[in-house]
Design a protein around this ligand. Structure first.
Ligand code: NAP
Length: 252
């Protein structure tokens, strides 16, 4: 059996398992399986790898994207720069000395998803939240030469602002607004980032990394104020495709 899966906690809301299982059926990959592996703590990680010798690749989600790094022997350049890993390739597992390589495919997924939507007026952005995925988003915005500020509850850098500092100027000057917080994600459907939605215009693009529900309160409020909106579903699919390529096609 060629085994793949997702580690994190909790992970029951994830779409990844369904995505890969549908792929395996469509491509007649009968000896392939993708499972959810909820790990309460990372102390369970190495025993889990050693006890699962047919494991080839893992995705990593909340809350382990940064904490997993000390358990990996090698990081690729992108995950090293972002300092977060959401994809692991497992080599030599059947020899009991597994080699674990970390990658960040969230960055690739976000870049491929947002690039077709970027217009000439999207010169600077406001990122909401400063967790693991905000780091992947920042990496991509830097790569695309888009300036950005980060709204966070605990600012500690010069480009960080508090939510109560998001005023008319900030909204007017940042036509791309990206939600990287879990506000609005199932089961907390009625929550949303605290920004002045009434100041949005049709030139604004609101991007939400959340894909469940399809349209969060953040996106609905943006749409009702004329902004273009986009959820995180295509990012999820692009990052899954990149993970698959790493597990199956890339040289070791
Ligand atoms: P994370 O590391 O926990 O970061 C989330 C950040 O959101 C926190 O660091 C925090 O930033 C902010 N936040 C959390 N609770 C908040 C609250 N009550 N009010 C205001 N801000 C709050 O999580 P993540 O891995 O970045 O994931 C974030 C979201 O993106 C999740 O919904 C996840 O499902 C989604 N995601 C989607 C994809 C995709 O492929 N579409 C990929 C990755 C992640 P501050 O402490 O700085 O305020």
């Amino acid at each position: 059996m060629k085994r793949f899966g997702l580690i994190g906690f909790p992970i029951s809301h994830s779409f990844s398992q369904r995505h890969f299982q549908e792929k395996f059926v469509k491509e007649s990959l009968v000896d392939h399986i993708y499972e959810l592996y909820p790990l309460a703590t990372l102390s369970e990680f190495i025993p889990f790898i050693q006890n699962t010798p047919d494991l080839i690749g893992l995705n990593v989600t909340i809350p382990f994207k940064e904490k997993i790094i000390p358990y990996l022997q090698v990081l690729d350049d992108i995950s090293k720069e972002i300092n977060a890993v959401n994809c692991i390739k497992i080599l030599n597992n059947n020899h009991n000395i597994p080699l674990l390589k970390g990658y960040n495919t969230d960055a690739t997924g976000f870049e491929q998803s947002i690039k077709p939507l970027i217009k000439h007026h999207h010169k600077s952005a406001l990122i909401l939240g400063n967790g693991g995925s905000a780091k992947a988003v920042s990496y991509v915005l830097n790569k695309l030469n888009i300036n950005f500020k980060i709204a966070t509850r605990t600012p500690f850098q010069s480009n960080h602002i508090k939510y109560n500092e998001i005023n008319e100027d900030i909204i007017k000057n940042n036509l791309l607004i990206i939600n990287t917080t879990p506000l609005g994600m199932v089961p907390n459907l009625n929550t949303f980032p605290d920004i002045p939605y009434n100041l949005l215009t049709e030139n604004h693009l609101l991007y939400d990394l959340i894909y469940n529900p399809e349209e969060t309160f953040f996106l609905t409020k943006g749409k009702n104020n004329g902004a273009q909106i986009k959820n995180g579903l295509s990012m999820l699919f692009f990052q899954a495709d990149k993970s698959w390529e790493i597990w199956t096609n890339q040289p070791n």
